[in-house]
Design a protein. Structure first.
Lengths: 489, 171
């Protein structure tokens, strides 16, 4: 057996293609659910945005409310206590009873302590420069008034009411007016700040609405794009499938028409009495038999394809020797090989472990690969079958390769040769008969047995299709036991 | 020229001469403590002689050295603190003091009429509020709102302190 030249390797292409195909099928099948999940995700994002903004607005409103209540309370208290300070001082003027005067003085001082504390608190919480300046001014004016108030109180308690009144009019009243003016300004400033906060809340609400609308628009746009992509893919897929079916119908029709035409012609000649003599009749019989078998083979291919695609094929799994499988395939294609003038060379390593599989399915798989080599390997008219055990210890596998020395497969077509009804350009232009189902069926059968098919090819040199079958370690069992394993794959 | 209110004052003052002795005078003697003389915290005065104190409490002095008018504050008649001041500072009985004030006001010898307050707290608050005020308090009634003045260089806790009062009875 001669060694073949090194080929450009496309190992794994065929295994990659099924994975992509499975992913695409999964995506196509669950596209609506995926779209729904994505849409829910988007909506959840929108809801999250809305909740966050609503909470933010709510917090701002609460802060504003608390600030308003606190601010109003603080300003109201300051104004009240300032008035109380002055009022109590003036009450002391209304009596000559020193005990009562002391009580009024006490009340005035308690009120002024509250005002002083309120101003200190206001100063501490003031943040804007205007607030701080106002707080300092209020503090100074209040101290000035308290000095005057103390003088008035002392004078009243001394018993000098007239002097107290005169001093209060001259000093106390103007100083208290300044305090009152400061407090009014504080209130006005507070009102301005409250208005600003209100405007901020309104701006936040507008921002929320804008953001919500933006996110909704984006969501709708994304959903629209998604639907458009889905529809486009589905449309393309549908059109491709329709084209394949048309090609399939045309191919099958073409494949059927030729033998049927020959059959009809032969039968007409016999019926019309054109055929005479035993020898001529035998010749016509052979033609009819050949064409009938060709039609039968074509119909069987179609039936086999349908059965492998709908996933309802039933297989009898049993321990098989590799040589048994190869031999069955070789016998099934011996006539074809002989007629095509090809040489079949087998190289099966000795001592290969048995594998678990369905003999008919695996034999058919190999037959399809051999038939494919017959169709496209006419240049070399040689087919090599090699079987070996390969792979790492924990992942041993049997590799049965079918090699030809034909025209090879173009690199751009390697991804498509396992697709149903696919015909290579060279096959079409070369008028090589076929349905485009042989490799598809082989791949489906290999996968049904837990294996796969890989391909390497180099245009002008040839191709090698390799059937990978996993080695099952526990195959020491008896044939009867395993033979009962019937898998629906 | 005699005025009617002054005549009424004299009559009232005379009436006090027949008042019974205060109950405190007939009680058994208790341990004594110093009676603090207090002034406003702004008053720069730190020390007074017992003689100066007497002129102040008899209304014979009207202003402090800083120019502030003196406002004399006393507790109501019958209070032990008042009695101690009458005895140790004024060296007068209640009736003599009243008579002296009334006569002094009429003659112009008395320049300051005392303010009368009902409680030590009232006295303390009065002194706190009036810059020129001076009064008296037991040590336990004194706080930071008023200033204690030395008498003849002594504080109430000193043994040599001249102004003493029986300690307040526990109730």
């Amino acid at each position: 057996m001669s060694e073949r030249p090194q080929l450009t390797t496309h190992e794994g292409v065929a295994t990659f293609a099924p994975r992509v195909g499975r992913s695409a099928a999964f995506f196509t099948r669950y596209s609506s659910a995926i779209f729904l999940v994505l849409l829910i995700g988007l909506e959840a994002g929108v809801v999250r945005f809305v909740i966050r903004d609503v909470r933010s607005a709510n917090n701002e409103v609460q802060r504003m409310y608390a600030s308003s209540v606190l601010g109003l309370h603080r300003i109201g208290s300051l104004q009240y206590d300032a008035q109380e300070t002055r009022r109590s001082t003036l009450y002391a003027l209304t009596t000559n009873d020193s005990n009562l005067q002391v009580i009024y003085a006490d009340q005035s001082r308690e009120a002024d302590a509250r005002v002083t504390a309120g101003i200190a608190e206001y100063l501490q919480q003031a943040q804007l420069p205007q607030e701080i300046e106002l707080a300092h001014r209020l503090e100074q004016d209040w101290k000035a008034y308290l000095a005057a108030r103390n003088e008035v109180l002392g004078t009243i308690l001394e018993g000098s009411v007239k002097e107290a009144v005169a001093y209060d009019l001259a000093q106390g009243v103007p100083l208290f007016d300044r305090v009152r003016s400061d407090l009014e300004e504080t209130e006005r400033l507070y009102d301005e700040q409250a208005s600003q906060r209100l405007a901020n809340v309104a701006a936040l609400a507008n921002k929320t609405v804008t953001r919500l609308l933006t996110v909704l628009v984006v969501t709708v746009l994304v959903a629209g794009v998604f639907v458009w992509v889905l529809q486009k893919d589905k449309m393309a897929s549908t059109m491709q499938m329709a084209k394949m079916q048309m090609d399939f119908a045309a191919s099958v029709s073409h494949e059927l028409r030729t033998p049927l035409a020959v059959l009809c012609s032969a039968v007409d000649n016999i019926a019309d009495g054109v055929v005479s003599g035993k020898e001529q009749l035998a010749k016509y019989g052979a033609v009819i038999r050949h064409q009938s078998r060709q039609i039968n083979g074509l119909v069987n291919q179609v039936i086999l394809f349908v059965s492998t695609q709908d996933g309802k094929g039933r297989y009898l799994l049993e321990p098989l020797a590799v040589s048994q499988i190869v031999e069955a395939a070789a016998m099934g294609t011996a006539e074809l090989i002989r007629k095509a003038g090809f040489t079949l060379e087998q190289n099966i390593n000795p001592g290969l472990p048995r594998i678990l599989g369905d003999l008919t399915a695996l034999s058919q798989c190999l037959q399809n690969l051999i038939t494919n080599a017959l169709k496209y390997g006419d240049q070399g008219r040689w087919i090599g079958i090699r079987a070996s055990e390969e792979g790492p210890k924990d992942h041993r596998e049997i590799r049965i390769s079918v090699q030809d020395r034909g025209k090879g497969i173009d690199r751009s077509e390697l991804h498509h040769i396992f697709e149903p009804f696919y015909r290579a350009k060279a096959a079409v232009s070369g008028q090589i008969h076929g349905t485009g189902l042989g490799l598809t069926i082989a791949k489906s059968l290999a996968e049904a047995m837990g294996g796969r098919i890989s391909v390497t090819s180099e245009p002008g040199v040839g191709s090698t299709f390799t059937l990978h079958l996993p080695v099952t370690e526990e195959l020491g069992q008896s044939k009867d036991t395993v033979g009962r394993i019937v898998a629906q794959l | 020229m005699i005025r009617y209110p002054a005549i009424i004052g004299v009559i009232l003052a005379t009436a006090t001469l027949i008042e019974p002795l205060p109950e405190s005078r007939v009680q058994a003697a208790r341990p004594k403590e110093g009676l603090a003389i207090v002034v406003n915290r702004d008053n720069p005065i730190e020390n007074l002689s017992i003689a100066e104190l007497r002129t102040i409490f008899l209304g014979e002095r009207s202003h402090w050295p800083n120019g502030r008018r003196i406002t004399l504050v006393m507790m109501e008649p019958g209070q032990p603190e008042r009695n101690a001041v009458l005895q140790d500072v004024c060296r007068l009985s209640e009736s003599d003091l009243r008579r002296r004030y009334l006569q002094g006001l009429l003659t112009g010898e008395v320049l300051v009429s005392p303010k009368t307050l009902a409680s030590p707290v009232g006295v303390r608050k009065f002194v706190f509020n009036v810059p020129g005020a001076i009064g008296y308090l037991r040590p336990e009634d004194v706080d930071d709102s008023v200033k204690v003045v030395r008498i003849d260089g002594h504080l109430p806790a000193d043994l040599e302190y001249p102004l003493k009062i029986e300690e307040r009875s526990e109730r």
